[in-house]
Design a binder for this molecule. Structure first.
Ligand SMILES: NC(=O)c1ccc[n+]([C@@H]2O[C@H](COP(=O)([O-])OP(=O)(O)OC[C@H]3O[C@@H](n4cnc5c(N)ncnc54)[C@H](O)[C@@H]3O)[C@@H](O)[C@H]2O)c1
Length: 474
């Protein structure tokens, strides 16, 4: 079956579905424009390169020297073509040398939708209701993008890896720690690549901030952090009329009804709930920038608002991390699903300054403490309106290291969507594992899964939970 004979995508609109649940808002004017960010990159000499960062994982021996397909073309398939799958699909279509061959989705509506998009972009595909049939029949695939609900990630990822394919699997990598661990093990055993969809790891703004913290020590000694994802009341996710999967098939797939099928992220059998769905993005940033997972967590939460949902509609947690020279870093994280005040962002605080950053590009500044020794580039910095004199909009004046080629590379990276950059990192690593490394390999993403899923456990227990370092080993 092909997607060729299906109606054009715009004829099939899912008007009952809300905007993508964990997509950032549109960029708007704010404190970190592209121009300012460019200046900061250059003036601080942070040397943001679009080659993989040094902290990424090394390629496996089996990957070394592998080139995908003739002419470097990478043949791919997608499993799970819902809201996020379509975003990945459109971003992947922008990347030269990527050729979709197949789409697998249990819902006819999503299959047709994705098939139509691909057809319109000149990449007709075979579509399947069962990904296993796809793996059996498609014999020229190099890689698979998985954007199905969390509870099937492990099964599908492992099947694809064992079929000899490299895999990009969306976050949260799995809804249980055991399932996430089995994915890491499969990647190790097969020697195939497994990138997890924490796209901030490929975002030049986050990479730059991390380097400024490490190399320039703009925050001094980090002592605290705060993270939040506050979003407005959620509407139930619906489905277009006449697209229901019949009751027997839904049960065979593991769902009670269409409501559960569409609102899977609120049910314990299918997801880790908001702490995992949204919290994993941001706790992943803290683990990454602080260079380690947490030592302990104290958390509260509950299902106080939504009657039909199983998961906590909010979690408020206090974490402890090991800091410099035997010190402790404490930080708070909260995810709310009833109010959007303050939006989503991460703050890292040290004795010399605070960094605010978000996937929303309008949020980004460093506020240096009054007593911190001024850096030479601070004089040229633009101030943040309404904040004190030491607040720098990451705008630090004219370049000290103007390298036109470098500027061009960074400019073009900033013009791309975060998911496209993360996909590019995956495809570049498939093509040339000697030069590129995954920015979010499964073993590193695993520590995020442990962090957020154990935080849910801490909420259940209502007690301080100490993380056993062994939990993070996969
Ligand atoms: N990285 C990000 O910023 C980001 C953003 C949103 C969602 N996500 C992740 O993407 C994944 C999908 O989320 P979504 O919002 O698109 O959900 P969704 O419900 O909109 O889409 C899921 C799709 O998977 C299909 N599906 C369900 N069970 C399946 C199965 N067993 N096999 C194949 N297909 C199946 C559904 O029919 C649907 O088309 C989740 O893991 C989610 O956490 C990541």
């Amino acid at each position: 079956m092909t997607g060729q004979d299906q109606p054009a995508p715009q004829q099939v609109s899912d008007s009952t579905a809300p905007a993508q649940p964990d997509q950032p808002a549109q960029a708007h004017s704010g404190t970190l424009s592209r121009r300012r960010f460019m200046q900061s990159v250059l003036a601080t000499g942070a040397g943001l390169a679009l080659v993989p960062p040094v902290w990424a994982a090394a390629p496996s021996a089996a990957q070394a020297g592998r080139a995908a397909g003739a002419n470097g073309q990478i043949n791919i398939a997608m499993i799970g073509a819902g809201s996020q799958g379509r975003i990945l699909l459109l971003d992947a279509l922008k990347i030269p040398g990527i050729r979709f061959r197949a789409v697998a989705d249990v819902w006819d509506y999503s299959r047709r939708y994705a098939g139509n998009i691909l057809n319109r972009f000149g990449q007709p595909v075979n579509v399947y209701s069962d990904y296993r049939e796809m793996l059996e029949k498609e014999d020229d695939l190099d890689a698979v993008l998985i954007a199905s609900p969390d509870w099937v990630h492990a099964e599908q990822t492992i099947a694809c890896l064992e079929a000899g394919l490299d895999v990009y699997c969306e976050k949260e990598m799995a809804h249980t720690i055991e399932a996430a661990r089995s994915m890491v093990e499969a990647a190790k055993q097969t020697g195939k690549l497994l990138q997890i969809g924490h796209q901030r790891r490929s975002n030049p703004r986050y990479q730059h901030a991390r380097r400024m913290i490490e190399n320039e020590r703009i925050l001094g000694r980090i002592t605290h952090f705060q993270g939040q994802w506050n979003r407005a009341r959620m509407h139930e996710v619906g489905w277009p009329r006449n697209t229901e999967i019949d009751a027997a098939e839904l049960r065979r797939l593991g769902f009670e009804d269409m409501f559960q099928f569409r609102n899977w992220r609120w049910f314990r059998q299918f997801s880790g709930g908001p702490m995992s769905d949204l919290g994993s993005h941001q706790m992943g940033v803290f683990n990454w920038i602080l260079g380690r997972p947490p030592r302990a967590v104290l958390a509260a939460g509950g299902n106080d608002y939504y009657e039909r949902n199983e998961w906590f509609d909010h979690v408020i947690a206090v974490f402890e991390y090991a800091g410099e020279a035997g010190s402790t870093i404490r930080g708070t994280y909260q995810v709310l699903n009833t109010t959007s005040h303050g939006g989503y962002r991460e703050l890292l605080m040290g004795d010399e300054g605070t960094l605010a950053i978000s996937e929303d590009p309008s949020v980004g500044y460093v506020q240096r403490e009054q007593q911190a020794e001024p850096r030479d580039w601070e004089d040229d910095a633009a101030r943040v309106e309404g904040m004190d004199q030491r607040a720098i909009a990451l705008e630090v004046g004219a370049s000290r290291r103007a390298d036109p080629q470098h500027i061009e590379q960074i400019e073009s990276a900033l013009a791309k969507a975060p998911h496209q950059l993360h996909l590019e990192n995956f495809f570049n690593t498939i093509r040339d594992p000697q030069r590129h490394r995954l920015t979010c390999p499964a073993d590193e993403a695993f520590s995020v899964a442990v962090t957020v899923l154990k935080t849910n456990e801490a909420v259940e227990k209502g007690a301080r939970l100490e993380f056993d370092p062994a939990w993070f080993r996969a």
